[in-house]
Each structure stands twice: as C-alpha cells, then as structure tokens.
Design a protein around this ligand. Structure first.
Ligand code: CUA
Length: 385
C-alpha cells in the first residue's frame, strides 16, 4: 500500500511551527463545524412543527445569547491571527549568525551563490541544524521561492531584496518551486534543496567553486568600474570610505540616518543621489543601473561587507571538518584585507582631510562582530583591520 501523507515532509524548524498551527486550525474548524451541525439537528427536531394548527410561542430573543455566540467564536478565531502573526514575525528576521546564501531568480531558473564563490542552478545545498539566510533578488519579473518541506514561501520581487531564513532539521532532498506565475516556463522553474550533515556540507562547499569568493569577484568589479578611484580607504576620497560602513549607522546630508544594509548598498549603486552621506556632494557618482547584473551587485555588496570584517557566519564556530578552516575559509576575509593593506599603506602618508570626518562611519577596529548600529564618530584614517 502506498504511503499516504497528509502533509509534505517537515524538514525545518519553521515547518513544525506552521504544522502545529495548521493542526490547531483543523481541530477548531472540526469542533466548530460539529457544534453548528449538532445545534442545527437538535433544534430542527426539538422545535419541529407538530401539527397543522400549531402556532409557536413568540420568542423575544436574548441579548446575552446573541453577544455570547458572536464574541466567543470571534475570540477563538482570533487565536489563529495571533498565532499566525507570531510565526510570521519569528520568521521575519534572520538570527545574526545565520549563514548567508544569495539567490537570484531569472526566467526561468534559480541561481544560487555562496559567499565563497560556489555557484549552482536550481539546487540549494544547506547544512542541517544551522540558520541559513537567503538574500534574494530578481533579474526580471516576480518569482516566488517556495520550499514546501520548510513551509516557507517568499516572493522575489525585481528592484529590491527579499530575505528568507530557516533552520533545516532533517537531511534529505526537498522540492523547490517557483510559486508565482512568471511566464511560459514558470512550471519548469523548479529545483531541489539538499539538506546535508554539517561535515558533508563543509566538504561539499570547499570542493566547489574556482572563480574565487564573491567578495574577491566584487572587488574586481569594484576596481574595473573605477569605484576604487573615489571610494578610498581613508578620508581623502571624493566618495565615502566604505571600510567599516556595512552594518553601521550612516548620517546623511539631509540629517537622516540609515543603517547601511544590503538594500542601502544596492540603492546607492543604482541611484547614488538617493541618499548622500553627510559631507559629500550630489552627482559625483554616476548610476550603475543597467551596467551591473543583480549577481554582480551582490558580489560588490559582499566585498563591501568584507571591508567591515563582519563574517558571513559561514566559517566561524561551526567548523567541523579539517578542511573547513583552510582554503576558502580565508578567502572572504583575505579578499578585502589584501587590498586594504596596500591602500592603507599608500594613503597613510597623506594628511587626513578634516572635513570628511563628518562622515558617519566606524572603522570597526578589527572585531569580527555581527553588524550592529554604531554611533556616528570620526573614522580612523588608514586604520588597520
Ligand atoms: Cu518564476 Cu514562476
């Protein structure tokens, strides 16, 4: 006899939460339906017309009863809302130590890239028991990233990033679907999520790639496009120093402050005038709209992140295998630091430009801490990581 599953396999922490809610809703629905039908039958029989001439006694009604049977079911149904909202909010923000993976949706495929440069298409490999954050972008139209085994679905909307995070609980291979009609081959925009044991995952991750880490590829783009001629790593540049910028609180020329996150970096690349850092001019930086693909923007972003020494979380305390600490482990950090050191040396000979110190940045003196908002303070020119 073939196995019958009422629900798909549950392979993530999020799945358990949603399944409990689902069973609770089923239970409440069954109870409510049973109560209503029982009442219908009971009253139909009890108050049936017994003879042709029977004239029923008029009933005045009861306010207490009316309010009671309106308010009590309402409160019961409202628990769906609060439970659902709690799950929704819990699944909204990834933990700080989550492993970052980037997903770019495109008609009609899912392109996945790991910070160390490993790429795959229509496949996503993740370790078991580890929080994973997907930063997702679309090259064209709205897609929707759907993994039934995780009970998670998130639209991937062009022009912005959409995040999603999960902690897989069971090794195996699970379906990945596009759940938003996106054109002729929408139904073929499917793939697999492979959940692996931590050690297997480390081995898998360190054996792939070859193009270098995302950060090093981003650094190449950064230099090819001439970004490095204005974004210097001290206060001499015509554009803000990007060292230590990621995750910090940035003071803008109009007095607002923003947290420098992925979305801010993306906007600043595509629409540089949208948010000008205090102490800098408009129209200095050209837009790179149309010059960079979403994947390249993510690589540049990963490079800028590496300048803040914020680990992606991929190679930190979770290292299991002997290979995990070597090779690629260093690549994210090295990509940024190699260039920092050369630039730092060549620039420290020049006196700092005082007015640029208004810049709201933090040099993050080499602490491998998670990104957190920091108070605006003068950046340290040529500060070593
Ligand atoms: Cu992509 Cu449907």
């Amino acid at each position: 006899m073939p196995e019958f599953h009422l629900l798909p396999a549950a392979a993530a922490v999020s799945a358990n939460g949603y399944d409990w809610l689902w069973w609770y809703e089923v239970a409440i629905s069954v109870i409510m339906t049973a109560l209503i039908f029982a009442a219908v039958f009971f009253f139909a029989i009890k108050y049936r017309r017994r003879s042709e001439t029977e004239i029923p006694r008029p009933i005045e009604g009861s306010r207490l009863l009316e309010i009671g049977w309106s308010v009590i079911p309402f409160l019961v149904m409202l628990t769906f809302f609060f439970w659902g909202a709690a799950l929704y909010f819990h699944n909204q923000d990834a933990p700080k130590d989550a492993m970052n993976i980037y997903v770019v949706a495109k008609q009609w495929m899912w392109k996945v890239q790991y910070p160390n440069g490993v790429r795959e298409i229509n496949e996503l490999h993740v370790p078991v028991g580890r929080a994973v954050k997907l930063t997702m972008a679309s090259e064209d139209v709205i897609h929707s990233f759907f993994v039934p085994a995780f009970r998670l679905k998130r639209d991937v909307v062009p022009g912005r990033y959409n995040d999603m995070w999960f902690t897989a609980t069971k090794p195996g291979r699970y379906h990945l679907f596009c759940a938003e009609y996106c054109g002729t081959e929408h139904s073929g925009m499917i793939g697999w999520v492979t959940v692996m044991e931590k050690k297997d995952f480390e081995n898998w991750l360190t054996s792939g790639g070859g193009e270098g880490s995302m950060a090093s590829q981003g650094q190449k783009i950064f230099q090819q496009l001439g970004c490095s001629t204005c974004h210097l790593f001290d206060e001499q540049g015509r554009c803000p120093n990007l060292k230590g910028m990621y995750g910090s609180r940035v003071l803008l020329s109009d007095g607002r402050t923003v947290i420098a996150d992925e979305a801010y970096i993306r906007e600043s690349i595509l629409d540089p005038n949208a948010k000008i850092v205090a102490g800098f001019q408009k129209d200095v930086m050209p837009t790179f709209q149309g010059l960079l693909s979403e994947e390249e923007i993510l690589e540049v972003t990963e490079y800028i992140k590496s300048l803040s020494n914020t680990r992606s979380g991929m190679f930190t305390s979770e290292q299991t295998g002997p290979t995990a600490g070597g090779g690629r482990g260093g690549s994210i950090a090295n990509a940024g630091q190699g260039s920092l050191d050369t630039r730092g040396t060549s620039m420290t000979n020049q006196p700092p430009r005082p007015e640029a110190n208004a810049q709201a940045q933090d040099a993050n003196q080499g602490q491998p801490v998670a990104p957190k908002p920091v108070a605006p303070k003068a950046a340290t020119p040529g500060g070593k990581q």
